[in-house]
Design a protein around this ligand. Structure first.
Ligand code: ADP
Ligand code: ASP
Ligand code: MG
Length: 409
């Protein structure tokens, strides 16, 4: 008998018929002799609908109330799924974040899980019921409802699996597993059978939303076996696991893209020690994370520097006035913004031991006439910022240029 966590994303619970399908799958797993914990997301589109309402009511909605609102999406799914299990002849109980309890910090809209109490889940299982847990939500030390950031039900699932010592955490979604790139924009994308935590972490942080990045961090930390698969068929999906030799041999294993960043270009600041330190210290003070950074210096008699960096589009609106203020105080001639950009990235463990990968990436983009606006690298990834209109062209040409369309080496 195994203890299994099964998480169903928005599309997988997107209609009454699909909720029934989830219920049947869970009952089948239980009848095969296993104990089952379901984690459910809000029905597809529901979280966006709720957040849209909030922004109609208030220009900058209160973060605590946003979470109280957004968490209702998962409450609806959990209750409906429990009812569906019951009407299919099974036994089930829905459990919300504050009932379990899933303890988080108080960073509303992007809370982090601190601890999960397992007792309520085990009591439910011990009664022979399927435990249906609302994803995405938790409770802070003051009893406020919190949410874990977009895509946070993945994190609920992996964290619950770690907390109760589940044998496996299955993530059911609308694609057959983790692909070499987003199959919805690249027709030659291939399903990957096994991927290391490290590579999955990079892909998730670079925009592959199939798993929320925090869920991969937790899986890696606690060694949770994660199986990403389709809720619409029974084919085996992708196992996210410890790296092994087979995985080491692959130079580039995936391509990701992220349209969530905007570019800021601070033109003509003084070229002296301390300018970059001051600019980025003052941005960090406002709790805004900066991603890619490029600095250029002119070689005129009066050397001036230009600093380009990227930050999340959602931070840009509130950051703009004080970025301008800081830039002015550093002698900047002007500040330019560009939201029509995309960050495309290649990821692979084998980059550690192969040279020339970045150069090959730049050549592939150049051959398509795509100009690179900023570059960032780490041990196992290279990212380039390019105009957003090239998203599909850049992803497809890199994917095929690195041979990802063919059989995996
Ligand atoms: P869910 O609602 O089940 O959580 P998401 O929409 O959050 O599903 O994540 C699944 C989507 O992630 C897919 O439909 C696909 O468009 C996107 N995606 C991006 N990159 C990848 C990738 N490398 N492999 C698989 N899916 C990806
Ligand atoms: N419903 C939440 C969202 O849309 C959480 C999730 O689906 O994982 O972001
Ligand atoms: Mg998701």
């Amino acid at each position: 008998m195994a203890l299994v966590v099964q998480k169903f994303g928005g599309t997988s619970v997107g209609s009454v018929e699909r909720i029934r399908n989830v219920a049947r799958r869970a009952i089948d797993t239980q009848r095969a002799g296993h104990r089952v914990v379901l984690i459910v997301s809000a029905m597809s589109g529901e979280t966006n609908r709720l957040l849209g309402l909030a922004h109609e009511v208030a220009r900058v909605p209160d973060a605590r109330e946003l979470d109280a609102l957004a968490a209702t999406g998962e409450q609806v799914s959990a209750a409906l799924t429990a009812m569906a299990v019951q009407s299919e002849g099974g036994k089930a109980r829905s459990l919300l974040g504050h009932q379990i309890k899933i303890h988080t910090d108080d960073a509303f809209t992007k809370a982090r899980i601190r601890a999960i109490e397992g007792s309520r889940i085990f009591e439910t299982l011990d009664r022979g019921e399927i435990a249906v847990v609302a994803g995405f939500q938790g409770v802070d030390a003051q009893g406020n409802i919190t949410t874990l950031g977009r895509g946070g039900s993945d994190t609920s699932a992996v964290a619950v699996a770690a907390a109760i010592g589940a044998d496996e955490c299955e993530i059911y979604t609308d694609v057959d597993g983790v692909y070499t790139t987003d199959p919805n924009i690249c027709p030659s994308a291939r399903k990957i059978d096994r991927i290391s935590y490290e590579e999955m972490l990079e892909l998730a942080s670079l925009g592959a939303k199939v798993l929320q990045i925090r869920s991969v961090e937790i899986a890696m930390k606690y060694g949770v076996r994660v199986h990403v698969r389709s809720s619409f068929n029974d084919s085996p999906g992708t196992l996210v696991t410890k790296e092994d030799e087979a995985l080491e041999g692959v130079v580039v294993s995936g391509v990701a893209y992220d349209k969530g960043e905007a570019r800021v270009h601070v033109v003509g600041v003084d070229d002296r020690p301390g300018v970059a330190a001051e600019l980025f210290e003052r941005i960090a003070e406002k709790n805004v994370s900066v991603d890619m950074i490029v600095q250029n210096v002119t070689t005129d008699a009066d050397p001036r520097a230009s600093i380009t960096f990227t930050l999340g589009k959602t931070d840009l609106a509130r950051a703009r006035p004080w970025i301008e203020e800081i830039a002015r105080s550093l002698g900047a001639r002007e500040v330019r913004y560009d939201e029509d950009v995309v960050k495309v990235s290649i990821v692979g463990l084998g980059m550690r031991s192969h040279s020339g990968i970045a150069a090959k990436m730049f050549r592939i983009l150049a051959n398509e006439g795509i100009n690179i606006q900023a570059i960032a690298t780490s041990e196992i990834r290279v990212s380039c910022l390019v105009a957003a209109k090239y998203t599909e062209l850049a992803v497809r040409s890199l994917h095929d240029g690195f041979g990802l369309g063919g059989p995996r080496a």
